[in-house]
Design a protein around this ligand. Structure first.
Ligand code: 0K2
Ligand code: SF4
Length: 329
C-alpha cells in the first residue's frame, strides 16, 4: 500500500543548537478503533443510566489512562464477577468473555452489559458454527490473553486447540479424517499469522477457515501504517500498554523493518537520550491508546527538538459500531 504524505514538501526543519531539528513521521491510522470507542462509550453510558458505581470486568481496554479516566467517573474495575455486588451493573471488556461469565451473571441475576467488540463476537459465533459442523478448531492466538480465554471459552474443553507459532503446528497430531477448522485472535501479527495458517494448510490440507482472516481491520491497518513510517525512521515510538497485544505487535512490525522501536505508555516514559542521533522519529499508537497521549508525546519531544510533523496515511477508516440497545432505549 502506498501511503500519501499529508504535507507540502519543505526544506526540512531548521533546528538550533539548543533544539536540533527532528522530522516526525506520524502513522495513520493509529490509536482508537471502532471497538474501543464503543467499549468506552458503553461504560460512560452505563454510568449515566445506572449511576455510580458501575463495575467493569477486566480493563475495558488495555490502557491505564483510559481506565483511570473511567475510575474518576465512577467505574470500579475487577477481574472476576465474584468481586461484583448483586445490586450493581457490570460491563464485560472489549476483549470478550468465556460463556461461563454471562451464564454466571444470569444465575446471580446481575445486570450486565457486554462491551465485547462485535468483531470478537463474530469469531465467537464462527467457533460455535464450526463445532456444530463437527469440526475440531485450531485457534491461533497468544496463551493467557483475555481474548483467547474468551474465545476458547465459547466451546467445551477439548474442542479447540491453541497454537501460537509455526513450531506449535508441527507438534499437532490429528488423524487424516479428523474434520478441522481454524480461527484466529483479532490482534495478531498479519505476517506471522499468514505463516502459521500456511503451515496449518501444509500439514492438514483439508482444514477449513473463515473466508476472510479474523485479524480485524484496525489491527491490519495499524500494522500497514507502521510499515510506512518505520523504514525511513531512526527510531519508532509506539504508544500503548505492555499487555496490549495489538500495540506490542506494532513494535515488532517496526523492528522487522530493521528500525529500533520502543513501546511507551506516556510521554513521561521517554528518555531524551533515546533521541540522540535520531534525525527522523516515527510515532504511532495502538488501538487502545487515546490521541491525547499522542499529542502529549509530540509536545514533550517539541520541548527538546525543533519538530516538523508529517502524517503518512496508509488507509482510511470509517468503521462505527452500534451500542447495545439496552443503553440507547
Ligand atoms: O490488543 P489487545 O487485544 O490486547 O487489546 P487492547 O489493547 O485493549 O485493544 C483493544 C482491542 C480489544 C479487542 O480486540
Ligand atoms: Fe475490535 Fe479490532 Fe478494535 Fe479489537 S482491535 S476492539 S477486534 S476493532
Amino acid at each position: 500500500m502506498n501511503a500519501s504524505l499529508q504535507m507540502q514538501k519543505s526544506e526540512g526543519p531548521v533546528g538550533t543548537a539548543e533544539k536540533p531539528a527532528l522530522v516526525l513521521l506520524i502513522a495513520a491510522p493509529r490509536g482508537f478503533c471502532a471497538g474501543v470507542d464503543r467499549a468506552i462509550e458503553i461504560v460512560e453510558r452505563a454510568l449515566e443510566k445506572y449511576g455510580k458505581p458501575v463495575y467493569v470486568r477486566h480493563e475495558i481496554v488495555h490502557n491505564r489512562y483510559v481506565v483511570e479516566g473511567l475510575k474518576a467517573k465512577g467505574a470500579i474495575f475487577v477481574e472476576e464477577l465474584d468481586e461484583v455486588p448483586d445490586n450493581r451493573p457490570v460491563v464485560f471488556s472489549a476483549h470478550g468473555v468465556p460463556k461461563s461469565v454471562p451464564a454466571e451473571a444470569e444465575r446471580r441475576e446481575l445486570l450486565y452489559v457486554d462491551a465485547t467488540c462485535p468483531l470478537v463476537s463474530k469469531v465467537h459465533r464462527q467457533a460455535e458454527r464450526q463445532i456444530e459442523k463437527g469440526q475440531h478448531i485450531i485457534f491461533v492466538g497468544h496463551a493467557g490473553h483475555p481474548e483467547v480465554i474468551g474465545t476458547m471459552g465459547q466451546v467445551e474443553e477439548g474442542q479447540m486447540t491453541l497454537v501460537e507459532t509455526v513450531e506449535d503446528v508441527a507438534t499437532l497430531q490429528f488423524e487424516q479424517d479428523t474434520p478441522l477448522s481454524f480461527l484466529t485472535q483479532t490482534t495478531l501479527s498479519v505476517d506471522d499469522t499468514a505463516d502459521i495458517i500456511n503451515a496449518l494448510k501444509d500439514r492438514f490440507p483439508w482444514i477449513v477457515g473463515p473466508k476472510a482472516e479474523d485479524i480485524c481491520y484496525a489491527t491490519s491497518n495499524r500494522q500497514a501504517s507502521v510499515k510506512e513510517i518505520a523504514p525511513g525512521s531512526d527510531l519508532v515510538l509506539v504508544i500503548g500498554a505492555p499487555n496490549s497485544s495489538n500495540s506490542v505487535r506494532l513494535v515488532e512490525v517496526a523492528q522487522r523493518c530493521g528500525t529500533e522501536a520502543r513501546l511507551v505508555q506516556r510521554a513521561e516514559d521517554i528518555d531524551p537520550a533515546w533521541l540522540d542521533g535520531v534525525g527522523t522519529l516515527g510515532l504511532t499508537a495502538g488501538a487502545s491508546a487515546p490521541e491525547t497521549l499522542v499529542r502529549e508525546v509530540v509536545d514533550k519531544i517539541s520541548e527538546w527538538r525543533t519538530v516538523e510533523e508529517h502524517t503518512l496515511v496508509a488507509a482510511e477508516e470509517k468503521m462505527v459500531f452500534k451500542l447495545p440497545r439496552q443503553l440507547t432505549e
